[in-house]
Design a protein around this ligand. Structure first.
Ligand code: GLU
Length: 484
């Protein structure tokens, strides 16, 4: 049997972490088993469809490095892959179930249904459809139709049945039909509901494994009833654990730590890091190693190592992982990504810098970045002639002996015709001999004066990357600041 899995997003909003995780696990399962991965847009909830969402999903996946074997953009033998283009197909199966009396028209108004729900709540019962219209006679139905009322069509759930299935992650799961109300399969506007459409699509597209979020677990018995009513083989199911925040609550799309995938892309996160991080959201490779490429993950991935309990989204871990990928990135790739960020922030390379200048500055920060956008704030002092001094830097400048070091460095720098890290090192050596200061007392005043900060990347390299005139004016200004 060839494994066929699908990711079936509804294009109703941005592509979010939870959705990508589901897509990724499907993709990995397909790759691991040499199967096929299908992308399908479930766009039958017409009011909720968001313009541009399909394109955002496709773009997001392409950026993350996923490919699919069949889908709305690449086609395939089981298309179309957009549900609104399959309405005639659903109609056909609705007709079949209608002819067999397995679905029936329901004329209840939204107000009546709401009243039923409220009553159930008052009586402490689980709200579910009472089945009121199930038992209308043919004559009653005809009369309502004659009044011009357009019904929803509900699936007549068989009474007293246990619906059991083996979930590949959660194990044996049971539901009981007596706990379920007859559910709508085709709405009065002729559009099928998700629970009906998804079964037809999964069956006709030959899906062997349905891997999706846990929130769909309670839909599964309804879908199984439809598979059975249509006489189709059932796929296997695997419901992925919820993604939780660090308080172990369901991760919200509005959580400030989570962004749509497009935002990670805009900020210049390495896509491989996002994929690697998401693969570990609920799956464990069973060893210590956490940094793995998509291919390595696919090789090791299987559902038996997916946990049942919720997977915590730890934004710090994502940043750490992104940093690991940035560290390993070829400098040229990182420089390109940083260049996009500079452009997006309207920052240009200062006049007079040579073509390798940006490479040098980027390499100063490569170890510290988790996304290219961070460079903009980390390295801001390389792009403007002047600095403002932090409180700590000002305090350093005002320490006894600091101004003497800064003043001497200024003199030596002025006279120096060479502007390299080695030349700067030599200046410090001279000052050390002349003034008898070393270590923090020697370097910190100059660092504070030139960068405005007391922490930062290698001082000699930083000075070499800043132009001579900028360094001189900053030293000069720092002497004034110290004296204020
Ligand atoms: N369109 C559904 C969703 O976005 C897909 C559910 C499924 O995979 O069956 O949640």
């Amino acid at each position: 049997m060839t494994v066929r899995v699908r990711f079936a997003p509804s294009p109703t909003g941005h592509l979010h972490i939870g959705g990508i995780r589901t897509a990724l696990f499907n993709y990995l399962y397909a790759k691991h088993h040499h199967g096929q991965f299908i992308l399908r847009f479930e766009d039958t909830d017409l009011e909720r469809n968001m313009p541009g969402a399909e394109e955002e999903i496709l773009e997001g996946f392409r950026w993350l490095g996923f490919t699919w074997d069949e889908g709305p953009d690449v086609g395939g033998e089981h298309g179309p892959y957009r549900c609104t283009e399959r309405l005639e197909i659903y109609q056909q199966y609705a007709d079949k179930l209608r002819a067999e009396g397995r679905i029936y028209p329901c004329f209840c108004t939204p107000e009546e249904l709401e009243a039923e729900r409220e009553q159930a709540q008052r009586e402490g019962r689980m709200p579910r459809y009472s089945g009121k219209c199930r038992h209308l006679s043919e004559a009653e139905r005809a009369a309502k139709l004659a009044e011009g009322r357009v019904p929803n069509w509900r699936f007549a759930i068989p009474a007293h049945q246990e619906i059991a299935f083996h979930d590949l992650i959660r194990g044996d799961v049971q539901f009981h039909t007596d706990d379920m109300g007859d559910f709508v399969v085709v709405k009065s506007n002729g559009i099928p509901t998700y629970n009906f459409q998804v079964v037809i699509d999964d069956a006709l597209m030959g899906i062997t494994h349905v891997i999706r979020g846990e929130e769909h677990l309670s839909n599964t018995p309804r879908q199984l009833l439809i598979f059975r009513a249509l006489g189709w083989d059932e796929p296997q199911f695997a419901h992925l654990p919820q993604v939780l925040n660090t308080d172990r609550k369901k991760l919200s799309k509005r959580d400030p730590n989570v962004m749509p995938v497009a935002a990670y892309r805009e900020k210049g996160y390495p896509p491989e890091a996002i994929v690697n991080f998401l693969a570990l959201l609920g799956w464990s490779p069973g060893g210590e190693e956490e940094i793995m490429s998509l291919e390595e993950i696919a090789e090791r991935f299987d559902l038996d190592r997916v946990s049942r309990s919720g997977a915590v989204f730890d934004a710090d871990k994502l940043r750490w992982m992104a940093g690991q990928y940035i560290k390993r990135m070829p400098l040229a790739t990182l420089v390109e990504s940083v260049s996009h960020q500079l452009q997006a922030h309207g920052i240009s390379i200062p006049a007079g810098r040579d073509e390798h200048w940006l490479d040098h500055v980027v390499s100063l920060y490569q170890e510290q970045m988790s996304c290219a956008e961070e460079f903009v704030s980390l390295a801001r002092r390389f792009f403007t002639p002047d600095v403002t001094w932090s409180d700590e830097a000002t305090a350093v400048l005002r320490e006894p002996g600091a101004s003497a070091v800064v003043a001497r460095y200024l003199d030596l720098a002025k006279a120096d015709s060479e502007w390299t890290a080695d030349a700067s090192r030599a200046r410090f050596k001279t000052i050390q001999q002349e003034l008898g200061v070393k270590g923090r007392q020697l370097y910190m005043p100059v660092r504070a004066a030139v960068t405005g900060e007391v922490h930062g990347p290698d001082l000699q390299l930083s000075i070499a990357c800043l132009s001579k005139d900028w360094v001189l004016r900053r030293l000069q200004a720092a002497l004034q600041r110290a004296a204020e």
